[in-house]
Design a protein around this ligand. Sequence first.
Ligand code: PEP
Ligand code: MN
Length: 341
Amino acid sequence: MLVVMRAHATEQEIAGVCERIQSLGFRAHVMPGAERAAIGITGNHGPVPRSEFEDLPGVAEAIPVSKPYKLVSREVKSDDTVVNVAGVLVGGDELALCAGPCSVESREQILASARAVKSAGAKLLRGGAYKPRTSPYAFQGLGEEGLRYLAEAREETGLGIVTEAIDVEVFDLVEEHADCIQIGARNMQNFSLLRRAGRARKPVLLKRGMSNTLEEFLMAAEYILSEGNYQVIMCERGVRTFADHTRNTLDLSVVPAVQRLSHLPIIVDPSHGTGKRDKVHPMALAAVAAGASGLIVEVHPNPEKALSDGFQSLYPQQFQELADDCRAISDLLKSRRLAAV
Ligand code: PEP
Ligand code: MN
C-alpha cells in the first residue's frame, strides 16, 4: 500500500499518516518526491484497508502497490533517486566514475592507484580489504589494515571510498571507514547482510548476483530499503551464461529494465562483466550509451603483479582513455537531452 499525499501536504500531515501506519503495527517509509511525498507501508502480511488513510488530512489517495517490491519501485517514487557518496552524486547529471584495484594490497599500491584514477577524473576509489575468493587459499585481503590504507588514500586525494563488507562480522568496521559499502555478487541474497546494510548510515552499492533475475535483484535492494536505508546504488556486473569467451556476460539490457521499474540509480562493472582487459573499454562505452549512471572499473598500477583479478585490471593509461571516451559519450547524450527540452 502506498499513501500519496497532496502536493502541499504539511510535515504535520505526513507525521499524522505515519502515526496511523505505526498504530496498525506497520512501518512507514516517507519517500519525498519532486511533486509530492508518498508514504510506503511495509510489515503488513495482507491487504491494508484504504479507508484507514483516505480520510486523513493531506492524503490524496491510498493505492495498492502491484509489484512484489514496493520501496524500490517507481510506483512508490516516480522521480530518480540520486545517491550522495561523499559529495559525488550517483544518478545525477554527471557520469560517476569509480575505479581502483580489485584488492588493497599495500599502502603504496593503493596510494598509487588512487593518484592514477584521480588524475583520470574518477571521483571514487574502489578496493577490497575483505575479498570473497573462490579458493580459501587465495589472497583474502588485508582486512582492517586495508581499510586504514583506503582511509589514508581518501585523506590524500579526496576520493570517496567504496569497499566491500563480505559478512555481518566485519560490517561495523567497513561502515566506519567506507563512504559506500559494497555488497558483492556472491552476497546478493545474503539476507542477514542485506538487513544489516539497511541499518547502515552509509550508501550501499549492491551488485547483481551472477545467476539472479531482475526481480531477485530488485527484491535484494528492497531488503535494504525496508530497513530504512534508501541510499542504494544498483550495479550490473555480468551473469553466467554458456558463453566462454568472457568470464561473465555483461547484461546491459538490465540497465533500462531497472530504470523502468525502479527509481534507484544503476551503474555497470565492465571489469567483472567481461573478465578480460581488452573487453573492458568497449563494454564501458556501451554501458554509458545504454544509460548507466556510472562505472566501477578495476585499475592496477601493475596488473601483472596483482593479487586478484589482474587479467581484467586496466593499466592507468588505459583507464585514462576509457574515462575520456566515456565522458565524451555521456556529454554528447546530455547535450542532446538538453537540446530536446
Ligand atoms: C569485486 O568488486 O572485486 C568483486 C568481488 O565483485 P563481484 O562481487 O561482482 O564479483
Ligand atoms: Mn575483483
